[in-house]
Ligand binder design. Structure first.
Ligand code: CA
Length: 418
């Protein structure tokens, strides 16, 4: 077992019951306060451990990283040190936060209240890839737009289908989402029109953040994939369905996707999720050898989506789980690099919409409202087929709980403005 994951560990920092951030989590992010410039931190309970201050005291010396790594406004340099270093640093931070650590005497200088901090996008994202790896989601979309009896395209069970997205418009939780304008064709017998998207949707996803990969031309196998995945965040891949529908033939998603994606501020390390690995579905037909994998490569992370209108009272519209994925991250990374494509520190690879098998577990309004035919009733009496101006979409998720350490992701919020 990874030392920092031991369930019996306790901290000198007060961790409220039910907190997403107990000792066994220690997710990394970038924060600032009135007095502290943007810098790396680790969430613990309702506090943040200031890694710049911890590093300046020499407490992270000799671990394979430099003190200046923790003076940067992104995590790229730290993540760029590779899995061995980030694991060692997390274990060291766990020691420093244990109830017997003398760091407790410096609490006032090394801890910051999360409520007093601004959280920033944790990495500068060079490249963003979006997969399409939930069978239930792909089937639902196939049933709606193609053949209900033959919903999956012929390649779907052979390839983790994906596309290259836009990195520049990925924003941190809390950033307002401006409703995109664009070209749509609402009526198949009329010419296209220009205007605000009327079918704005969320997509419930998780995204993984990479360590540097191998040189261009080399491949990463499924067995090696863990060493190249730093951690995960919650991800809302906002989608303008009407723009997407008109533009996507024949090259795929473009302006219906690239106006914004929202990401949660804390990156939960793959190490912290280690105890929550679970088996994936049986893959039939058998995959090609480069996509075969051994061991448990799926993760049991409970996920939910809430829509909170301006009137205040929200409604949970989806409860799903990351374990529902057909293709896992090992396979996604092996497939992404099988042609020699390289990856860099801080690249983001999103899962694709995570739908479960039953209604109530669908990860987009497209599926929840079944293309607008089954509106959702909101507590204030209004209806939702898609997302309206003033609505906040909130995704939350956690592994564990129920007697096991709760490895939470916090939340990702995005409020749509016109
Ligand atoms: Ca997506």
């Amino acid at each position: 077992m990874i030392e920092a994951n031991r369930p019996d560990l306790r901290s000198w920092v007060d961790v409220p019951a039910g907190s997403d951030f107990p000792m066994q989590n220690l997710p990394f992010g970038i924060f600032s306060t009135v007095n502290r410039s943007p810098r790396p931190g680790v969430a613990i309970g309702a506090q943040i451990l200031d890694l710049r201050v911890v590093a300046e005291r020499g407490l992270l010396d000799g671990l394979g990283c430099d003190r200046s790594d923790f003076a940067k406004a992104t995590l790229n340099t730290f993540i760029g040190r590779g899995k061995k270093v980030t694991r060692t640093v997390r274990n060291r931070l766990s020691e420093l936060l244990r109830e017997d650590s003398s760091l407790a005497e410096d609490a006032a200088s090394v801890l910051v209240e999360q409520a007093e901090a601004t959280l920033h996008l944790p990495v500068q994202i060079g490249d963003y890839t979006d997969f399409y790896s939930s069978e239930d989601h792909a089937r639902n979309v196939g049933k709606m737009f193609r053949d209900p009896d033959n919903a999956l395209l012929p390649n779907w069970k052979h390839i983790p289908v994906g596309y290259h997205g836009r990195a520049s418009s990925i924003v941190v939780s809390g950033t307002p989402i401006k409703r995109p304008h664009g070209q749509t064709r609402p009526n198949d017998t009329e010419p296209p029109i220009y205007g605000p998207s009327r079918l704005l949707d969320f997509e419930l996803e998780m995204a993984f953040v990479t360590h540097p990969g191998k040189p261009l031309g080399d491949t990463i196998s499924t067995a090696e994939a863990d060493d190249y995945i730093f951690g995960l965040a919650l991800f809302n891949d906002w989608s303008a369905r009407d723009i997407q529908k008109w533009e996507y033939v024949p090259l795929g998603p473009f302006l219906g996707k690239n106006f914004s994606s929202s990401m949660s501020p804390w990156i939960v390390t793959l190490d912290a999720l280690e105890p929550y690995r679970v088996p994936g579905p049986v893959q039939d037909p058998e995959v090609l050898p480069y996509l075969a994998y051994e061991g448990d490569a799926h993760y049991d992370v409970a996920l939910q989506v809430e829509i909170i209108p301006e009137s205040g009272e929200g409604k949970t519209v989806c409860q799903s789980n990351f374990k529902h994925m057909y293709w896992n991250m090992h396979q996604q990374l092996a497939h992404h690099t099988v042609n020699g494509c390289n990856i860099r520190s801080g690249d983001v690879m999103a899962s694709g919409t995570i739908s479960g098998p039953k209604p109530g577990s669908f990860g987009s309004m497209l599926e929840i409202s079944w293309r607008g035919t089954q509106p959702v009733q909101m507590p204030d009496g209004s209806e939702r087929k898609f997302i309206l101006d003033g609505d906040t979409v909130r995704i939350a998720g956690f592994a564990g709980g129920a007697g096991r350490p709760r490895i939470g992701f916090g939340k990702v919020d995005g409020r749509v403005v016109g």
